[in-house]
Design a protein around this ligand. Structure first.
Ligand SMILES: [Ca+2]
Ligand SMILES: [Ca+2]
Ligand SMILES: [Ca+2]
Length: 438
């Protein structure tokens, strides 16, 4: 038995290792994607009699812990952008795309479920440079996440969301608890917190690495199988932004220098063997296990290649458009009207007009009633339009849609004819525009 004082010394040493050089041991351990080792998981489960606790916590094995949207200072930290996708999660990153891990697979018969609504994807796009996959959904998603594009993840606070296993039985060596085995899978969405130790190369691409630190707070968490494709939201510039998609964790562990070992959420591997079958190393220093989440900021180019109108700050205006008119990809304020033409920046984007030119604004340019009533305006094939009408402005206050659906514009002068014109009556017209059918 090791006494508590020795334990305390180990904790102190481990804390110091975590803050200074926790990544030094990375090269000596094995990693594995969180979905590729079901056989090993089954082995672990056979050893577990009473699984107790998606995200595994240091503080509790309660499987009901953190299964609702985080509140308080953690409100708005990503939960609302997560949709279920098969047994995993995806994150809405555009009106028509969600992002998840490539290695979890998936198909177009599997819906992305957000707010209880099924969104069936019709295509997917793999990132050749990392474990990411974008899925396209034809129907418009109700919201999408801001995506971190900076490079200051190290040291930052993250909220981690996943659907991995419950916490299992404790792992104990030399009378001391090292952590917990992966428990049973319940596919429940849970969130926890952590902080980014640093950026490491894992699987050949950049990952955010975060260690499972004992005593770091009630929400401190690790990941397990099933958490793949879930997300890490980083608090940066006063806002929670998508920064990582879960890829892998440290492992395996073993009590001896033989056998296949086991998976576990380990906050201190001291006294265990770490590695893999026929390649075990006895851990003689305090070492916390960690999680690897694909660094999304490093894949920005790929994101914008797949999604030309990618909107990283989720304010409705694409990065390229903000860069073109405001000097940087997040430079435009939606509510500003810099050219003072009465339309704010967001309205100018939606209408396809120039936000820096007051002569460029959305308006009906011509009304002709020589051959029935025909409205003409400067249109775009990337926009949808819909005409609304009403009779005497002084009598009615309700604008009714003239058509049951919006229509796509032409690139240039676009006309709309009123085919339901009552004789000899005053009629007022209003034109709506948007980037989506409405
Ligand atoms: Ca934007
Ligand atoms: Ca304007
Ligand atoms: Ca303008």
């Amino acid at each position: 038995m090791v006494d508590r004082d020795l334990r305390a010394r180990f904790d102190a040493a481990r804390r110091s290792a975590s803050t200074s050089g926790c990544l030094d041991y990375y090269g000596s351990v094995s990693r594995f994607p969180l979905t590729l080792f079901f056989a090993a998981l089954v082995l672990s489960m056979l050893l577990i009699v009473l699984p107790a606790g998606a995200v595994i916590f240091d503080s509790t094995g309660d499987p009901g812990y953190n299964t609702n949207a985080p509140a308080g200072t953690l409100a708005g930290s990503g939960w609302e952008f997560e949709g279920k996708f098969g047994g995993f999660l995806g994150t809405a990153v555009d009106t028509h795309f969600f992002l998840t891990a490539k290695h979890i697979g998936g198909d177009t018969n599997t819906p992305f479920i957000l707010d209880g609504t099924n969104y069936f994807p019709d295509a997917w796009y793999d990132d050749g440079g990392a474990d990411l996959r974008l899925w396209h959904v034809p129907a418009a998603l109700p919201r999408y996440a801001p995506v971190y594009t900076g490079t200051n993840e190290p040291g930052g606070a993250i909220v981690v969301i996943g659907r991995g296993t419950r916490r299992g039985e404790p792992v104990i060596s030399g009378g001391l608890t090292n952590g917990w085995l992966w428990g049973s899978s319940d596919s429940v969405v849970r969130w926890g917190s952590n902080s980014v130790n640093g950026v490491v190369i894992a699987g050949g691409f950049e990952c955010l690495y975060a260690t499972f630190d004992h005593g770091a707070g009630p929400d401190e968490c690790h990941l397990s199988v099933g958490d793949s494709g879930g997300s890490a939201f980083l608090l940066a510039d006063g806002r929670w932004q998508l920064a990582g998609i879960h890829y892998s964790v440290d492992g395996y562990y073993s009590y001896t220098d033989s056998g296949v070992g086991f998976n576990a959420a380990i906050y201190d591997a001291y006294g265990l063997y770490q590695g893999s079958q026929s390649n075990w190393t006895f851990v003689t220093n305090p070492v916390a296990g960690g999680l690897y989440s694909t660094r999304v900021s490093d894949r920005y180019q790929w994101l914008t290649n797949v999604i030309p109108d990618f909107d990283s700050d989720a304010d409705g205006m694409p990065d390229w458009w903000e860069a073109a008119y405001a000097g940087s990809i997040q430079g435009a304020m939606a509510t500003n009207d810099v050219d003072h033409d009465g339309a704010n920046n967001l309205a100018e984007w939606l209408a396809g007009t120039d936000p820096t030119n007051d002569m460029s604004r959305f308006t009906i340019s011509n009304v002709s009633n020589t051959n029935g009533m025909v409205l003409t305006f400067q249109g775009s094939s990337s926009r949808y339009y819909r005409v609304y009408t009403q009779g005497e402005l002084s009598v009615s206050t309700t604008w009714g849609p003239a058509d049951s659906v919006s229509f796509q514009g032409a690139d240039g002068p676009t006309s709309w004819a009123d085919t339901n014109l009552p004789p000899a009556i005053t009629r007022y017209y209003r034109l709506g525009v948007g980037t989506e059918p409405f």
